[in-house]
Design a protein around this ligand. Sequence first.
Ligand code: ZN
Length: 411
Amino acid sequence: MRDSDLTKLLGWPGYRVYRHEINERAKTLKLWIRRKRGNKKLVCSGCGRRLDEAHEVSEREVRDLPCMEFRTTVMVEVYRVCCPDCGVKMERVPQLPSKAPFSKRFEDAVGQACESAAARQVALRFGLAASTVRAIDLRYLERWAASRRKPALARMGVDEIYLGKKQKFITVVSNLDSGEPLWFGRERKKETLDQFFREELSAGQKMRITAACVDMWEPFRLSIEQWAPNCRIVYDKFHVMQHANKAIDEVRRAEFFRKGGRLRELVKGKRWLLLSRWVNLTASKRRELNQLFALNRKVFKAYLLKESLDRLWSYHYEGAMLNYLQRWVDQLRWQRLEPFQKLAAMLLDHLEGILNYCRTKVPLGVVEAINGNIKALMRRGRGYRNLRYLLLKAQRMATLKTEFVVLRKVA
Ligand SMILES: [Zn+2]
């Protein structure tokens, strides 16, 4: 095979093959390449300045995309330049985005594979270590993030996610309009969210935030009030219902678990049933739940309370919403369901923010979806020690989903 044909196959703009080696047994192809004669302009990798003269030349070996069944390695001639601003620097070569021994398009292929498969599987497919795959994926995502325009932030979500015993909680700030997470911070204090406002947003950007969906968690409210003066706080359905689920779980435990014995065996594994909405259950699951209710009236009552609270968000007028909430709280009288009484007190304490749902439109279900994505990623990746990587991964996932929805609409 002639080097000129291999140059065409290689397809690196401005570069030509001047030597090659094919090893049939090992199924490897090695190409030595250098700049084409007309391609003389060098670019400083430090500042992007164009330079005419090379300081010195050296060779780099990178893995490129395979050619047929042959694993392909490229030996590239690279130059150092003597830049008036940066001193002696490497030249910038588009196919060599980092110091790692891979071409850009090889890293792109690995990064794309990581979008639909776990790093371990990708590692197996490409014959790399899983840690190498993760490092490549992170660079791929960083390049993607640097190249795209960030959507404006008008309606934000603030949430906490429990990462496990070691990392505890992280605070997640998301953009409800684009449906993606924007920032992760360690812990869930006021200082955590303060840091986001201080470091990530300009004064103008802070002014342009109109609404925030948050949990009924004082530190978050205080931080938002301090930094985003035009922002309305909305305690949305998702967050309130999380508390309702906690309440029903407490009732269940008090009624069955602590009693032990035969009853305890009966309700084992029914926890998620109680946390599910009735409409989402199959006939057989409803029967199971009814059996449970026959055993204990309090659990039944608690379940009804949770179900009926859900309907609070079907009202779009403040007065009607307030009325419904009042009736819901009234139902609690004489029930001796302490977890729900606590919940009712909490709701009344945060009434403004709950009614803000009628005053400010916020997209429902977005916070929930973002949370779900992050948790799915963590399950698949078996924990991310690098929060930046987890954030980029979740952002990429969110944008891929939007693209998918757009495509479906067109079709
Ligand atoms: Zn420079």
